[in-house]
Design a protein around this ligand. Sequence first.
Ligand SMILES: [Zn+2]
Length: 199
Amino acid sequence: MSERKVLTKYYPPDFDPSALGRQRKPKQAGPRVITVRLMAPFSMRCLTCGEYLPKGRKFNARKETNQEEKYLGIQIFRFYIRCTRCSAEITFKTDPRVNDYVCERGAKRNTEPWRPLKEETDEERLDRLEKEEEERNAMEELEAKTVDAKREMAVADMLDEIRTSNARRDRTGGGDMAPDAPPRGRGGRKAGTRGFGSR
Ligand SMILES: [Zn+2]
């Protein structure tokens, strides 16, 4: 068992890695297909046997990436699953235009009352986007206003502080200022005499 996992491999002394080269396979044509595990994105009913496939059921699906199938540059993916009862093939694909999926073949999507029945036209879509944009602008304006108000209040507070400190200095420390030199001199003299007297 110890040789089951070989960490070192023997390379003969005459091994020449440059002679290996790189193998080029012909590029596969057509859409790229890989197998994925997915959940059904919507509940549907098989058209062949009438079996209901609930949303969220897991499938081993084939995912097809067709480079030519895009919506405004957004890749559209197609999925192939099989009915759990009759194994008939069901396909659906992503629909970036409405942020949803479209059932294509083999099944019918069940009615979902929470989904809007009527698809909005391009014009309605534009109107909606414009309205949303306006709302966002209004919000931005409001935010800017709040910031401005905050700044104004901070400035007013600071001015207030400066004013009060100025007033305090005028009342108390004003005597130390140059124009009021005589009082300080007097005070100094007083202190001096008292000092001498006590000694
Ligand atoms: Zn079926």
